[in-house]
Design a protein around this ligand. Structure first.
Ligand code: AMP
Ligand code: MG
Length: 363
């Protein structure tokens, strides 16, 4: 943690028109208005905790009057818990779990966060022709990446076919207000590809409302940065090498008022007979992705979108994904396996965010 106090003085020259009008006054009509001898708190305060099966951390610069760190910690933890109660398939009593277990023909009222995430998910599903699909849950589960313990075995064809029959975002039906969702029977939603990013946005928006201008919010590697660090530098984020267990820096991204999310097949996977099975599934084939893209990093204004897009682009792969990114002007970095190394492939819009690796600060 760095600690520094800065002082600033704002001075206004009240009546310089007298000089312009050439009235020859030797007296100096400078009224110096001391607006503020503002001694601004520029310390970085750090908070952290657990949510959604992973860790969260928040760095804020300064502390608006009337706020305290413990109160902030509690508010953030409560906010995250409420999002988890809506979107965690690991909580059998969450809103999403109650929908997933709902009887055929039942309508389910959706809370605002759930509605927002589902809308984003459906937009991505349509844009990607179903490569991204919030109904992918049955496939995620039979491949061993759902709430039930991992089976570490490759599911048989009949099991896969049965799961695939339940997948398809077109099966989702909302009422006109989009606040109610119909369970047709057997539909199993999985919003994990966006939920963390959405939660980052909610925490960031909460901090902005509380009067913070500079902060960095992170949940399980998905981040959003606002303003600058003390000293005026942008926040710098290391994108890690997509190698399990290794925490080496692949590249560094400069972020200010932007979000960043990374997906890939290197964090959550198992191997059977030397073949890797990862937690991101291509709903079009029913199979875990296996086309050599080890990680995809997306920079976007909103973290929910960055998160969803990173998962979607991992499914699309290098060629299809890059074309998609260029068409939509997205800032995307693919790390593609190339023997023992990784090839960097990036979209045109990504260039604006690259920073030198030597510029990473640990604060
Ligand atoms: P992320 O770590 O953000 O890439 O999200 C991965 C999670 O999203 C997985 O663990 C699944 O729960 C879910 N998921 C897997 N494949 C897909 C897909 N094709 N579309 C949407 N969500 C997916
Ligand atoms: Mg994601």
């Amino acid at each position: 943690m760095s600690s520094r106090k800065t002082s600033c003085w704002m001075i206004s020259v009240a009546d310089h028109r007298l000089w312009q009008q050439g009235q020859g006054l030797w007296a100096l009509f400078l009224s110096v208005l001391l607006l503020a001898g503002c001694s601004q708190d520029q310390r970085i305060h750090t908070l952290s905790g657990q949510t959604m099966g992973t860790g969260w951390s928040v760095k804020v610069v300064g502390m608006p009057a009337g706020l305290t760190l413990p109160a902030l910690q509690q508010d953030i933890q409560l906010l995250l818990a409420s999002i988890n109660r809506q979107m965690s398939t690991y909580d059998p009593d969450s809103e999403i779990s109650r929908f997933n277990a709902g009887a055929a023909g039942s309508w389910h009222a959706l809370s605002p966060d759930f509605q927002a995430v589902l809308s984003q998910a459906l937009m991505l599903a349509r844009q990607t022709g179903g490569a991204f699909d919030p109904t992918v849950g049955p496939l995620v589960n039979v491949w061993g990446f759902g709430p039930s313990p991992m089976s570490l075995t490759v599911p048989g064809q009949a099991v896969l076919d049965a799961a695939r029959a339940r997948v398809g975002y077109q099966q989702l039906q909302r009422d006109d207000s989009e606040a109610q969702l119909l369970q047709r029977g057997g539909v199993y939603l999985d919003l994990s590809a966006i939920a963390k990013g959405h939660a980052v946005d909610r925490v960031a928006d909460f901090l902005a409302l509380r009067g913070f201008h500079s902060y960095l919010v992170e949940i399980g590697g998905e981040l959003r940065a606002a303003g600058k660090k003390p000293g005026g530098e942008p926040w710098r984020i290391a994108v890690e090498q997509p190698v399990p267990g290794l925490r080496d820096v692949a590249t560094v991204v400069s972020l200010s008022d932007m979000a960043l999310a990374t997906s890939g097949d290197y964090r959550n996977f198992y191997e059977v007979d030397g073949q890797r099975f990862a937690h991101i599934i291509d709903p079009r084939t029913g199979m875990p992705v296996s086309h050599g893209v080890a990680s995809v990093t997306v920079v976007h204004a909103r973290c929910g979108m960055a998160d969803g897009l990173a998962t979607a682009l991992t499914v699309l792969g290098e060629q299809e994904g890059l074309a998609f990114a260029e068409t939509l002007g997205l800032a995307v970095l693919f790390l593609v396996r190339d023997g023992d190394r990784f090839r960097e492939v990036s979209s045109s819009a990504y260039q604006a965010f690259t920073a030198s690796v030597t510029e990473v600060h640990d604060d």
